[in-house]
Design a binder for this molecule. Structure first.
Ligand SMILES: *Cc1c(COP(=O)(O)O)cnc(C)c1O
Ligand SMILES: [Zn+2]
Length: 408
């Protein structure tokens, strides 16, 4: 193991040693991990006997010594072929990548596993995260497994299912009276003051690497082929950028053939700074001061990787749009009733956006599309639309018969 070559700045291209560093020392832009691709020998056969987790791609992940890996076996989640959606939209191939099936029920187990592993490799003694809910659970779980003390920063108003999940791992929960952006600023100050390894701040260049395994898996599960389109939710924009990096790296090591995937982003209308910038043709993102949406896990008003998400959409022929909370709720119900998959609101934005892309003619009937369901519906049951068909009866056949007669 150990193929990390250097860190490269996304803005000024200068190289930095792969140490504990969160941004380019020259211009403060984000840093990307670069691997020694010439010496990585991977063929499609290499994967035949590897375990079905994200760590099957270890050569392309930034942990140098396998002993440092902290894993709850995240990844290699189901890629569902969605025949009912194909029929409904008149499309050839529709898939849902169900990352709600991860150990803590969201895709955040991928970056959390890498961040906690890398913290162990750097001999750091305290881990943490700033989170809209899902990352908190993922980091707290991996910290528990690693036996590290953990500090979780969350804003006010996250869903009760997520709060309960965080509590069970017993980290220090620091609830910040404010938005995600307020929590983010405080967590940054804490990391500077106390030397804590905040997964998505201190460990940022390594942390985001975990997310690209979602793209690796989609390629492998489609038979070493990339889809024509992929749709993903955009909060900070980090996941969308990581998926693009993942597709590129599989091409670079020769596992896939360089064919293009249009990567589309979806936001909630109540917090859509990236979609708004994309739609107005600008690279400048105007932060949203008070996010207001049921899609709490993507309610980030000042998205750190927003401009890079726009770049990804532009270079791949993708689009970034927004959908209303009403459309999100309809999509939660629609996906459940058509395909049996229960998503949280942030996953449903991709289904609502699929509808818009098909209607707008951006996805053609002979093309393939993957929608990323990034979190499990059980985490935010309060977002399930009301109106289920309930019938409360006495425990007798007579009573049941009366109710059934009333139905018809
Ligand atoms: C964090 C999160 C996202 C968005 O990820 P970013 O990298 O912040 O854009 C999407 N869906 C769910 C369920 C999430 O928890
Ligand atoms: Zn730089």
């Amino acid at each position: 193991m150990g193929y990390v070559e250097t860190l490269i700045c996304r803005s000024c291209n200068s190289e930095t040693e792969p140490t504990k560093i969160l941004a380019c020392p020259k211009c403060f832009a984000p840093l990307d991990v670069v691997y020694d691709f010439d010496n990585i020998e991977l063929t499609r056969d290499s994967f035949k006997s590897r375990p079905p987790t994200m760590w099957r791609y270890a050569e392309l992940l930034p942990v140098q010594d396998a002993q440092n890996i902290v894993s709850l076996n995240a990844g290699y989640t189901q890629l569902h072929r969605c025949k009912n959606l194909e029929k409904y939209f008149g499309l050839k191939e529709v898939y849902v990548k169900n990352d709600g099936l991860n150990p803590t029920n969201s895709f955040k187990d991928r970056p959390a596993s890498v961040a906690v592993s890398k913290s162990i490799e750097f001999r750091l003694k305290v881990i943490g995260a700033v989170s809209t809910g899902n990352l908190a659970g993922a980091v707290a779980a991996h910290a528990a497994k690693a036996g590290l003390p953990c500090y979780i920063f969350i804003p006010l108003g996250i869903e009760s299912g997520k709060v309960g999940q965080i509590e069970v791992y017993d980290p220090h929960i620091i609830q910040v009276k404010g938005t995600y952006d307020d929590a983010n600023r405080l967590a940054y100050l804490a990391s500077e003051t106390y030397g804590w390894a905040i997964a998505n701040i201190t460990m940022r260049p390594y942390y985001v690497e975990g997310s690209k395994t979602l793209a690796f898996e989609v390629s492998e599960q489609l038979g070493w082929r990339k889809p024509d389109h992929l749709i993903v939710a955009v909060g900070s924009g980090a996941l969308m950028r990581a998926i693009w990096k993942g597709f590129n790296e599989f091409d670079q090591v020769g596992l896939t053939d360089g064919s293009k995937t249009s990567i589309h982003g979806a936001q909630a209308a109540g917090c859509a700074p990236v979609a708004n910038a994309f739609e107005s043709g600008s690279d400048r993102i105007k932060p949203v001061a008070k996010p207001d949406t049921i899609a709490k896990s993507i309610a980030i008003g000042d998205p750190g990787d927003g401009q890079y998400a726009i770049q990804v959409a532009k270079t791949t022929g993708g689009r970034i749009g927004s959908v209303t909370d009403r459309e999100i709720q309809d999509a939660i119900k629609f996906l459940a009733c058509k395909e049996g998959i229960f998503t949280e609101p942030a996953g449903a934005v991709t289904i609502a956006q699929l509808k818009k892309l098909v209607e707008g003619g951006y996805i053609k009937s002979d093309e393939s599309v993957v929608c990323c369901v990034t979190g499990n519906g059980l985490k935010s049951i309060e977002s399930v639309p009301a109106g289920a068909k309930w019938h409360t009866v006495e425990p007798t056949l007579e009573a049941l018969s009366r109710v059934i007669a009333e139905m018809n």
